[in-house]
Design a protein around this ligand. Structure first.
Ligand code: ATP
Ligand code: MG
Length: 478
């Protein structure tokens, strides 16, 4: 990467009148003030700006309150007393003021002892050299970059390095290992060899980090263009089996009688990257990651047939709630959606392999409902064969399946199936209470529609009901 106009990038960011106001304030209160951390990194890498981190040698709360007064009445300050931090929201950005700190850690805890520190102390406690840059907002050297650890050179080399000894950095706060991997994926940077080795040595320290914070990093990875990079890194440094044993179990290839199956870990990662090309939906991406999760526990070698994974879609769907719970992912309709996608992921492929009958299409529409388009995306992403003819044939067949889906939905509207004859009507017509017979008739009507024996239409369904009730020996009273 060539950052040849570093000064311009900084000058451009500092053009905002906001920084003049902060600089004036810093001068008046004699509180040295700096832009720092992720914000400086993102200015220099020209990434979208999310929040502004400001570090002061003094009280962050006092600075924030004074600035808010100058910016206008409507600007509210949120104070986090415990951390000596204050934040305010201005023009859609969160501006956070933090007093410079010095941190020291004890081995059994991830909560550091914090004391007031110098600029240098505060830069020392940062996780990566590219996150430890500061820009002065003080009158004397306004706009000067302070880069004690060669952060700019590391940006040029696209390298993630810790400012201090990586073993100490990662052992002090093991979340930094997940942050390293997440930044590697987000920025397309390489983790420096020494840091990578230190991560491998300290991987087990992640156990002191809450799952919520770990999954935050994983979700940030999941939302990038190529999350596979992150999972491969987690695998390489030994984090994967600790955080995500089900995924780690997918690695590897078995061979019997010269027959090998594909490596399900790499296949899954390919499917995940594929789907990232067609959707930004985090949960569809999770469905891609988990679609084959039950392949290891269902794997069998059958003489004459080779490797099979019978029922992996059913077991996989069953495994989803446990995985979501452990990883602290939501236990709500998002999880149900992922379960449904895992359960149904083979259905479009089976259709694409076979001659497509209308009734098979109707059943798929009925089962997938409004998620049918997302399910089709997942099935298409699942085609990872290296054989181009095969891929082309599948994709052509999927096109056919999509056309059929559209045609049949227009004709039969089973996507959001509502029974054309209600249970109440059946009960009224035959003067019967809620009973097995009502269920049988309703089911038979649904089956007849899905099989294409009758249309999804009240009159046809009503007549079908009369015939079915007759068979059951019911007497019409209305
Ligand atoms: P993003 O905002 O994209 O998640 P970021 O690096 O800006 O990434 P923040 O949580 O906003 O992350 O933190 C701001 C800065 O605080 C970081 O750039 C880094 O300098 C420092 N920081 C955050 N978390 C840690 C940590 N666990 N260890 C050391 N420094 C940290
Ligand atoms: Mg940030």
């Amino acid at each position: 990467m060539i950052i040849n106009n570093l000064e311009n990038r900084i000058a451009k960011a500092l053009q905002s009148p906001l920084y003049q106001k902060i600089s004036d304030l810093a001068e008046e209160c004699s509180i040295p003030t700096y832009l720092i951390g992720g914000y400086v990194r993102d200015i220099i890498l020209e990434r979208p700006i999310k929040d502004i981190d400001i570090m002061v040698l003094g009280s962050g709360i006092e600075m924030a309150e004074l600035l808010a007064k100058r910016l206008g009445k409507s600007v509210k300050v949120t104070v986090y007393k415990n951390f000596g931090t204050a934040a305010l929201r201005y023009k859609g950005l969160d501006i956070e003021f933090v007093g410079a700190r010095k941190e020291s850690y004890e081995r059994h805890s991830r909560k550091p002892q914090v004391e007031i520190g110098s600029l240098q102390d505060d830069q020392n406690r940062r996780d990566f050299t590219i996150n430890a840059l500061a820009i002065s907002l003080n009158k004397a050297d306004f706009g000067t970059l302070i880069d004690p650890f060669g952060g700019i050179a590391d940006m040029q080399a696209q390298l993630l390095r810790t400012p201090l000894n990586p073993d100490i950095t990662f052992s002090d706060d093991p979340l930094r290992m997940m942050r390293a991997i997440r930044f590697a994926v987000q920025l397309g940077f390489t983790i420096d060899d020494e840091a990578m080795e230190a991560i491998s040595r300290n991987a087990s320290r992640l156990e002191i980090i809450s799952r919520e914070r770990i999954i935050d990093e994983i979700n940030k990875m999941m939302l990038t263009q190529r999350p596979s990079i992150g999972f491969k890194l987690m695998d390489r440094c030994g984090i994967l089996p600790l955080v995500f044993p089900e995924l780690a179990a997918m690695k590897g290839v078995d061979e019997i009688d010269g027959k090998a199956h594909k490596d399900n870990f790499y296949h899954t990662l390919q499917v995940l990257d594929n789907i990232c090309q067609t959707t930004d939906d985090l949960w569809l991406r999770w469905a891609a990651l988990l679609h084959d999760i039950a392949k290891p526990p269902t794997k069998k070698f059958i003489e004459g047939q080779g490797w099979t994974f019978h029922g992996h879609e059913f077991l996989g769907a069953k495994m989803v709630p446990g995985i979501f719970k452990r990883l602290k992912l939501p236990q709500n309709e998002k999880m149900k959606f992922v379960q449904k996608m895992v359960l149904l992921h083979l259905r479009p492929i089976v259709l694409a392999e076979d001659i497509v009958t209308d009734s098979a299409i109707r059943r798929l529409l009925f089962d997938a409902g409004d998620d049918i388009d997302l399910l089709m995306k997942l099935a298409e992403a699942d085609i990872t064969s290296k054989n181009e003819t095969k891929v082309a044939r599948y994709l052509a067949n999927f096109k056919l399946v999509r056309e059929k889906l559209k045609e049949i939905e227009e004709k039969d509207a089973v996507r959001n199936f509502q029974p054309p004859v209600s249970g109440e009507l059946i009960m009224e017509t035959y003067g019967i209470p809620p009973s097995r017979e009502v269920g049988l008739i309703k089911d038979a009507i649904k089956e007849a529609i899905l099989e294409g024996e009758i249309h999804n239409d009240f009159q046809e369904a009503f007549e079908f009901m009369l015939r079915k009730a007759d068979e059951l020996g019911l007497k019409r009273i209305k």
